[in-house]
Design a protein around this ligand. Structure first.
Ligand SMILES: *Cc1c(COP(=O)(O)O)cnc(C)c1O
Length: 371
């Protein structure tokens, strides 16, 4: 645990089990053969904490880190991380010098950006390391396969530009993914035919790692999988991975409420009988979605209890019926307690979103505690 991240600052906390994270990494490492392991840690490492996750990954021998933006890369370099870092997002002209100064590899997906980069590099006599992104079906960033060949040739001619990799990104599994994979395979075979130096080909995100073993190439980029979230239809070996993220709090107040009483703002819940209501000091101001009002459940003393009434900015209420619970008891909002578990997927499906988004919602108001 880091001294600056004690629970006393906030009555709720996120627990990150770095040992579990490293176990997950070891399992994935065992399955990807000789491919390099790149861990994308954009968006505060999917809410797990950018630097602590980077440090744990580096200690565990990660080959590459990836981020979405320059600013995330700078943060890691300033904290002393020296592992190769790839910036995945599109870059801006005024970021080029910082990208180079901080020794960050970045993505090029158009001739326009390539020329901007080349002219900056020439002017300052600095070499940059880039990966060319090819769009095989996302329609987001990336050069189309038909123009990839000429852009690649163009990049190779630039004296201050070193092409380190060529990559793409899966939009979907199934037949679409198969087609993306075969397009990428054919294209990179053609691109690298006369290439003497090794160039990293990479396309596999978590979906690629679990569903397309032929997508591993020279490097894989599984993130949500590393954090322990596995699709139900993934092969059995992957089912050993476990989440390392839990959201916890403590009961801050207890009261007995008579039948027919409305709870919280607008009284969206009315008690049907005399019951016990406990207050938990977490709310949408921390990133715990208000959409879970009258829907979500929490664990107290190993049992599930419903959230009743509207979730407030900093607090929410639970109906524990005739059960016993006291101020100070631990509450689990995401994760395990005893034999019960509230999964991230459960929270995501109750709020019509995906597990990725729920993880990203928790802001820095809630301390992360590292085990
Ligand atoms: C975020 C990201 C990944 C990781 O995706 P997961 O689905 O979490 O494995 C891989 N590649 C790129 C380009 C990304 O933006």
């Amino acid at each position: 645990m880091y001294a600056a991240e004690k629970t006393c600052f906030h009555p709720s906390w996120i627990e990150i089990n770095l040992m579990q994270l490293q176990k997950n990494m070891a399992i994935i490492r065992g399955l990807i053969g000789k491919s390099l392991y790149c861990l994308p840690i954009k968006a505060n490492a999917y809410g797990h904490g950018l630097y602590p996750v980077a440090r744990a990954a580096v200690e565990n021998g990660i080959d590459y880190l990836a981020v979405a933006h320059l600013q995330e890369g700078i943060l890691l370099r300033e904290k002393g991380i020296s592992t190769p870092i790839l910036v995945l997002g599109a870059i801006h002209e005024d970021q080029i010098l910082d990208l180079i100064a901080y020794n960050l590899e970045f993505t090029i997906s158009s001739k326009f950006k390539a020329d901007l980069v080349a002219s900056k590099c020439e002017k300052y006599k600095k070499t940059c390391r880039i990966h060319m992104e090819v769009d095989t079906g996302m329609q987001r960033t990336g050069v189309r396969p038909i123009t990839a060949v000429s852009l690649f040739a163009h990049l190779k001619k630039m004296p201050y530009v070193e092409v380190v990799g060529v990559y793409s990104h899966f939009a979907k599994g199934g037949e679409v993914g198969e087609k993306q994979l075969s397009d990428f395979t054919l294209l990179t075979e053609r691109l690298l035919l006369n290439e003497k130096r090794p160039i990293l080909r990479h396309i596999a995100n978590s979906l690629g790692v679990t569903h397309f073993p032929l997508s591993y190439f020279d490097m894989v980029r599984p993130s949500i999988l590393t954090f322990g979230y596995v699709e139900k239809d993934a092969p059995k070996i992957f089912q050993e991975l476990r989440p390392c993220f839990s959201l916890k709090s403590r009961i801050s107040y207890f009261k007995v409420v008579e039948k027919g009483q409305g709870i919280s703002y607008n009284h969206t819940f009315v008690t049907k009988k005399r019951t016990r209501i406990v207050t938990i000091p977490i709310g949408y101001g921390d990133g715990y979605l208000r959409a879970l009002s009258n829907k979500g459940e929490v664990l107290i003393r190993g049992k599930r209890f419903p959230i009743v009434g509207s979730i407030c900015m900093d607090q929410l209420m639970c109906d524990i019926g005739d059960n016993e619970a006291y101020v100070g008891d631990e509450v689990v909002l995401i994760g395990k307690q005893g034999d019960e578990e509230i999964s991230l997927r459960e929270i995501a499906s109750l709020t019509n979103t995906i597990d990725y988004e729920i993880l990203c919602l928790f802001n820095n108001r809630i301390p992360r505690i590292y085990l």
